[in-house]
Design a protein around this ligand. Structure first.
Ligand SMILES: Nc1ncnc2c1ncn2[C@@H]1O[C@H](COP(=O)(O)OP(=O)(O)OP(=O)(O)O)[C@@H](O)[C@H]1O
Ligand SMILES: [K+]
Ligand SMILES: [Mg+2]
Length: 689
């Protein structure tokens, strides 16, 4: 596979840094900042201290102007570090979205006046194309919008969207019929039925997702935010009560001065969970960005986080576990018929079959026996393949030609009054199936003639990846419409944990519902239209980019590389996001202990000199202590930005062990770090204060 994809730009690249810096000031606008309530409160605190600073300049402050001014400055920096981390997380995505936009230059389209007539068209701009328009795209032309190939087959270069430079086949019928606007036809011509209105195309969705324009908070994020708001409210109440309490204490003790507004505000900001609140948006955005680097487009943040908790992964067989170009390789006669008879009937049954399987039968009949597709009789009637019937064919010249899954064809033949099923059929079907290939049984009228052997190949290196999933505690289940023997053979070769054969779309759906009802988080990877209902139901729905339009629409994650084991990376990023968030919350909250020791004695020292005993850090002066705590509170955000963006390193290990490790590092670290940090800052600040 040619490796490609978004070239990694470092987040510390000036190309990302500079716009992020500007953006971080723009994000100070209260109309957007209120979405992060804790940081919004810090902004209000900054405004209050700034106003107090101006009042003290005019000689009306409780504290010296320089002190209030410095506190205000560092509170502003606290907010700016928060908006900066978010802007930085968005930076790479924005740069990439801009380059995607560039590829989406104004494309012209040949809109057909009637879908059947490829020569009768009007040239229009891509933005005039609507759903259900038909367009003709010839070699060398860009496809103007998302759609399905309605007729023909072509080689398409999708590099503009996927970064993959090797061209892919896109053809009508089957699971490889979807085309993406902005990609280029390099050989042959196709007629495309447009499936997306302007502004709603895959490229549009991709750009808006990458830019974060449509990013919604995930349920996990909201839950954490509710906790943070509750904590903040408690601290707000505590601080508000300190003021009357201190006035009372001063009166009772007969000495000292009450706590000033500046100090109260400083205390509030230091105790509020600002570290996690500041970095919370960046953690989620950066996670999506890391996935995008792996060529995965997540259309919802919720899906990625759900991936962090996945227990069961369901995979479709053809096109997901196997390469998906099932090809006819052999005609095998049964019941005393000849292979030529089988080939003839199979050819007839495939003449108007638009699926890759059908086309490959026509090709094989031609290669092997030089058979040609003859002009169809006027009364010819196509029986199109469906996942429900598992049968396709043609009624022509008074005869009914069929091919399909063995039980389906057998049932059809019986319904026509067919005598008996040839005795050797079962053995032939079994032999083909046991080799992991798909047997299609061919019939003409009420008689079964033989079997077509459809071969498919398992994607390389898939076994080790399933092994990794297993070690992460994720069960893999293959679901296929194919017969149980073929399914068993492929399942054994690919080493999935379990499989479900002869599954119709509603059975795929049911399996997911059952697993969900049992309390499992279910991921599904698929590519076919018949996978779409199941994809829509799954918690994590990954569609192959090579898949059909309905599959891509039902999914919430799209893998541009169409690699079913990409789920491993998605799970990893999901776990990283959840862990990073948890770790920074632990850190943020355990930080408070040191801040109590820094601020509380400093605040009340003038009233109760014995509180000096609490100054275990030996901070220089009360003002230096308060300033140092405020500075540490701001600087720690900046220091943790790299961790928030890169995510906690993920190592597969048992959940309890992981939890203990993290508690030790971030809990204990969170208690100790500020003692050291505040003391160090105080040693410098104390020189001046
Ligand atoms: N063009 C066709 N004409 C007739 N029968 C077909 C055709 N294509 C497939 N079949 C039969 O229908 C069955 C189910 O179709 P298909 O394999 O597409 O289902 P699926 O659920 O998508 O499974 P998979 O996991 O393999 O993609 C096949 O196993 C085969 O027996
Ligand atoms: K804080
Ligand atoms: Mg399929």
């Amino acid at each position: 596979m040619t490796k490609h994809a978004p070239q990694p730009i470092s987040i510390f690249d000036p190309q990302i840094m500079r716009p992020a810096l500007i953006e971080s000031f723009r994000k100070l606008d209260p109309r957007t900042l209120w979405r992060n309530p804790v940081m919004f409160m810090v902004e209000i605190a900054s405004i209050i201290t700034l106003a107090t600073f101006f009042m003290s300049l005019a000689g009306a402050g409780e504290e010296p102007a320089w002190f209030t001014g410095l506190v205000s400055l560092w509170l502003w920096l606290t907010v700016i570090f928060a908006t900066f981390s978010e802007a930085l997380a968005e930076g790479r995505g924005k740069a990439r979205a801009a380059s995607l936009r560039k590829t989406r230059t104004e494309v012209m389209a040949k809109r057909l006046n009637k879908p059947e007539f490829g020569s009768d068209f009007t040239v229009v701009g891509a933005n005039q194309l609507c759903k259900d328009d038909y367009i003709l795209v010839e070699a060398g032309e860009l496809i103007a919008g998302d759609g399905d190939v309605f007729a023909g087959a072509a080689l398409v270069n999708e590099a503009a969207v996927t970064g993959e430079s090797a061209p892919v086949v896109r053809e009508s019928g089957g699971d490889r019929s979807a085309v993406t606007g902005g990609t280029k036809v390099i050989a042959n011509a196709i007629i495309v039925r447009i499936t997306a209105n302007p502004g709603e195309t895959f490229l549009d969705r991709m750009i808006s997702m990458i830019e974060g324009a449509k990013r919604r908070k995930t349920p996990n994020e909201i839950a954490l935010e509710v906790l943070l708001i509750a904590l903040t409210a408690v601290f707000l109440l505590v601080c508000a009560n300190i003021s009357p309490l201190s006035v009372y204490s001063v009166r009772a003790a007969g000495q000292g001065s009450p706590v000033s507004l500046t100090v109260l505000v400083a205390l509030f900001v230091c105790l509020a969970p600002t570290t996690i609140a500041a970095l919370l948006p960046a953690i989620g955005i950066a996670g999506m960005d890391r996935l995008f680097q792996k060529n995965v487009i997540a259309l919802s943040g919720r899906a990625i986080e759900a991936a962090g908790d996945v227990n069961v992964l369901l995979l479709d067989k053809t096109g997901t576990i196997t390469l998906g170009n099932r090809e006819a390789v052999e005609f095998i006669p049964v019941g005393g018929h000849t292979d030529k008879e089988v080939a003839e009937a199979a050819l007839m049954a495939s003449l108007t079959d638009e699926t890759p399987e059908g086309r490959s039968i026509v090709v094989l009949a031609k290669q092997k026996y030089g058979m040609k597709a003859e002009a169809l009789a006027a009364d010819a009637e196509t029986v199109t393949f469906s996942a429900e019937t598992r049968l396709s064919g043609l009624n022509a010249g008074g005869r009914q030609y069929r091919k399909g899954a063995s039980d389906s064809t057998a049932a059809f033949v019986k319904s026509l009054g067919g005598k008996s099923i040839p005795g050797d059929l079962e053995a032939v079907v079994d032999k083909v199936a046991r080799a992991g290939a798909t047997p299609l049984v061919v019939s003409c009228d009420a008689e079964i003639l033989g079997v077509v052997n459809l071969k498919d190949i398992i994607k390389g290196g898939i076994q080790e990846r399933f092994q990794q999933l297993r070690s992460m505690g994720i069960k893999t289940v293959m679901i296929t419409g194919d017969n149980p023997l073929t399914a068993a053979a492929i399942a054994a070769e690919a080493q999935v944990d379990d499989f479900l054969a002869q599954a119709k779309p509603e059975e795929k759906l049911r399996l997911i519902r059952e697993n969900q009802a049992a309390g499992y988080m279910v991921a599904m990877t698929g590519d076919g239209t018949n996978d779409a209902p199941a994809l829509a139901q799954a918690d994590v729905a990954v569609a192959m980019n090579t898949g059909t339009q309905p599959a891509r629409e039902a999914a919430n994650i799209i893998d541009l590389d169409s690699n079913p084991t990409k789920l491993l990376d998605i799970v990893e990023v999901g776990k990283q996001i959840l862990m990073t968030r948890g770790n920074l919350t632990t850190f943020s909250i355990s930080n408070d202990i040191a801040k109590y020791f820094a601020i509380v004695p400093a605040m009340m020292l003038s009233v109760y000199p014995q509180l000096g005993a609490l100054n275990i850090m030996g901070l220089a002066t009360p003002m230096s202590a308060i300033l140092s705590a405020v500075i540490f509170n701001a600087v720690i955000i900046l220091l943790l930005v790299p961790l928030a963006l890169k995510g906690t390193k993920f190592r597969p290990m048992p959940a309890e062990k992981l939890l203990i490790n993290n508690l030790l590092i971030y809990g204990l670290g969170g208690v100790i770090a500020p003692f050291v940090g505040i003391k160090a800052i105080d040693m410098v600040v104390g020189l001046f204060v």
